[in-house]
Design a binder for this molecule. Structure first.
Ligand code: NDP
Length: 306
């Protein structure tokens, strides 16, 4: 049986390590502060933001959420971001995406001052990532590296294949793996013979957004498989294929009408991989944990601790 890289355990370890750092900052004057801007009503975003605020609360990090209406203009949202940039007790600013269509998302993300950009999306921080300089790193890719390192998976000298080239997952994940001395290939929708490329991977990262697309043909025997995908499926035939040996999970799908699955076939990965991240409970928990790491590190930098 392959080893499961348990994201919940790694998240809890990271939170335990952060607690004394938060307490030290609080003792020195004030706890770290995170502001989350959530525009309008977007049920999935509301859940993510609730979880972020709750995790701040667990750790003793000051947090506030700002919830302007869906009708907000780019200028009005810019004013909110600029005001947060100027507030000394706020160390991290997170603008929850997606934003409504009338808002210029790039302008908003560019307006967050790089020192408080705890998502690591600002071009200055992307440049720092490429140059391997200290700066906030994109949370999900940083979480992937934590899962690998803490799971005892060697990265240096290994072949890593990342499927997906988005700015928030695929590209930064590839760059972080490169900095850890992997030999990295980035694939996308135009990559010919994707299964053959993926089979070269010692470490295969799937960040695609297509339910169970990575099947046994893509996975070299013994490879480490990191499944970033979060796909809520409602198609019963697809659910029946994915849960072909799990009547309980299919029954749960039938009760609820939808289910969360990753980009990797959950049965094939168990047969082929040496280690893998499950969905749920793999990469997902690390995203918020790394947001907390970025917020605490930002507070430490801003208060002169490091
Ligand atoms: P994007 O849609 O931005 O990017 C998807 C990438 O997958 C693109 O580069 C696309 O290629 C590639 N792709 C799509 N179809 C294929 C295909 N058939 N063959 C090869 N490549 C393909 O998604 P994100 O990067 O934002 O997210 C990816 C997944 O990760 C999603 O399921 C998302 O929900 C999840 N996610 C999970 C997080 C977590 O905390 N667990 C956090 C962030 C994302 P091309 O560029 O050519 O179009």
């Amino acid at each position: 049986m392959p080893r499961i890289l348990d994201g919940n355990r790694v998240r809890d370890d990271i939170k335990s390590e952060l607690k004394p750092r938060v307490e030290a900052l609080a003792a020195q004057g004030r706890p770290p502060g995170l502001a989350v801007v959530l525009v309008g009503h977007h049920p999935a975003s509301e859940i993510y933001v609730r979880n972020k605020i709750k995790t701040c609360h667990d750790l003793g990090i000051y947090s506030e959420s700002i919830t302007p209406p869906d009708s907000i203009s780019t200028a009005e949202l810019l004013a909110i971001v600029l005001a947060l940039n100027a507030r000394p007790e706020i160390d991290g600013i997170l603008v929850q995406l997606p934003l409504p269509p009338q808002v210029d998302t790039k302008r908003i993300l560019m307006a967050v001052t790089p020192a408080k950009d705890v998502d690591g999306f600002h071009p200055c921080n992307v440049g720092a990532l490429v140059a391997n300089l200290p700066a906030p790193r994109a949370c999900t890719p940083a979480g992937i590296i934590e899962l690998l390192k803490r799971g005892g998976i060697p990265i240096a000298g290994r072949r890593a294949v990342v499927v997906g080239r988005s700015d928030i997952v695929g590209k930064p994940a590839a760059m972080l793996l490169l900095h850890e001395h992997a030999t990295v290939t980035i694939c996308h929708s135009k990559t010919p013979d994707l299964p053959a490329v993926c089979r070269e991977a010692d470490i295969l990262v799937a960040a695609i957004g297509r339910a169970a697309m990575i099947t046994r043909d893509f996975i070299r025997q013994g490879a480490t498989v990191i499944d970033v995908g979060t796909n809520y499926i409602q198609d019963r035939d697809l659910a029946a294929r994915i849960f072909r040996n799990s009547p309980e999970k299919l029954a749960s799908f039938d009760r609820r009408g939808s289910v969360l699955v990753g980009d990797v076939d959950p049965i094939d990965v168990v047969e082929r991989a040496g280690a893998y991240t499950p969905v749920p409970g793999g990469v997902g928990p690390l995203t918020i944990a790394m947001l907390m790491v970025n917020t605490v590190a930002s507070a430490e930098r801003r208060s002169g601790v490091c």
